[in-house]
Design a protein around this ligand. Structure first.
Ligand code: FES
Ligand SMILES: [Fe+2]
Length: 389
């Protein structure tokens, strides 16, 4: 292209990798997993630009419930304020810029741990000790910077991008596909934050394909998931997905008898939704679980992991028993996935590592690679040396 030059490095290797038709595609080049340079490009072009999921709205049920996290290097908190509204704001004190809260918890006010400036849940400064003698100081002019935050089907999403389209518009196609599941009525039963020693994309890709179920999960769900029936349609710009039928013997994963919304095959159908960049939802008629991923470094990923049940199972007299069994199962499945994805990262660092061909069951991985490649420019503007010097 005139005026542009192809860069060398991971972005260019990825562009080359996705230039094949799917029938001839290979796994992504190993450098996209290990390169610090590529991680910086992901933070800039993906995590700063897209909507990022921080869990379920009912995970922040009471006023003052908060969750602190970093998004593309920015310390942020999401919380429920006293008006019952979920809001996101910078987790950075307006005095001398300390971070204010850590982790998760519940609080009535946000007190900076350095000099005690105290903010309301709406981010407005309420008190600042020892500031009465500075004539310029006006408490009413201080507020924590507010960050875009939207609720979609019970999910809380934030973005640093003022120009990102509204979530409901951005994900309208996903919403239409699964409308009869009424995901907004599912309730969260657990939420955890974990870190694993793998690249975030390896874990995302692991979620996107059910090819690994019979082997990696042989001791747990391998036999319950009917992989022969997996449908892997072409992806969409904002997400990819596939569906599988669950063995009806697995009570929670098929529709509850009181669920009259789902008809026919859909009563047994599990959806694996991979909403870019890193919101990964397994939605079954009876329960859901999810991962939301953010890189810590090329070889380490922070994971928001949660799940819960559909409205009918939640109100079933055996609901709690079902849920305890589900939780145990999900923990075991997760450990299996942890082993598999940490081994892939370790293997990808080898000088002998080479990406092999993809199965037809790995179509979503190819779609994901295409999404990444579109977002991360492999071409940069050509500098005209004569005028630049
Ligand atoms: S930095 Fe927060 S009160 Fe001083
Ligand atoms: Fe898995």
């Amino acid at each position: 292209m005139d005026g542009f030059v192809l860069t060398a490095g991971p972005a260019a290797e990825l562009a080359e990798n996705v230039s094949q038709p799917f029938e001839r595609a290979r796994a992504m080049p190993k450098c996209v997993y290990s390169s610090e340079e590529f991680l910086q490009l992901e933070l800039e072009h993906i995590f700063r630009k897209d909507w990022f999921c921080v869990g379920r709205e009912d995970g922040l049920a009471r006023p003052g419930d908060y969750l602190a996290f970093d998004l593309a290097g920015q310390p942020i908190m999401v919380l429920r304020d006293n008006d019952g509204k979920i809001r996101a704001q910078a987790n950075v004190c307006r005095h001398r810029m300390s971070k204010i809260v850590e982790g998760r918890g519940n609080t009535r006010t946000l007190v900076c741990p350095y000099h005690g400036w105290t903010y309301g849940l709406d981010g407005r400064l309420r008190g600042a000790p020892g500031m009465a003698r500075n004539s310029d100081f006006d408490k009413s002019r201080y507020r924590l910077p507010q960050i875009r935050c939207e609720i979609w089907l019970g999910w809380v999403l934030v973005t640093l991008n003022p120009d990102a389209p509204q979530v409901a518009e951005h994900l309208a196609e996903v919403e239409a596909m699964i409308e009869d599941y009424a995901m907004q009525d599912y309730s969260q039963g657990f939420f955890e934050v974990m870190e694993w020693d793998t690249n975030w994309k390896i874990l995302a890709e692991n979620f996107m394909e059910s090819y690994h179920l019979p082997v990696c999960h042989a001791k747990t769900i391998g036999g319950l998931s009917l992989v022969d029936d997996v449908e892997c349609p072409k992806g969409r710009p904002a997400f990819n997905y596939h569906t599988l039928q669950k063995d009806p013997g697995f009570t929670l994963s098929v529709a509850h008898p009181e669920n009259v919304r789902l008809k026919g095959d859909r009563r047994f159908m599990t959806w694996l939704l991979a909403i870019y960049p890193s919101m990964l939802i397994t939605l079954t008629p009876g329960y859901f679980w999810y991962l939301s991923l953010h890189p810590v470094s090329p070889g380490r990923v922070r994971i928001f992991f949660g799940g819960g049940m559909s409205k009918e199972f939640k109100s079933d007299p055996n609901g709690a028993k079902h849920f305890a069994e589900l939780r145990k199962l999900l923990d075991e499945v997760n450990e299996e996935d942890r082993g598999c994805t940490e081994r892939v990262y370790a293997g990808s660092l080898s000088e002998f590592a080479e990406p092999g061909h993809l199965s037809h069951l790995e179509r979503p991985n190819f779609e994901f690679a295409n999404y990444l490649s579109k977002r991360i420019p492999a071409q940069v503007p050509k500098i005209d040396r004569a005028t630049a010097d």
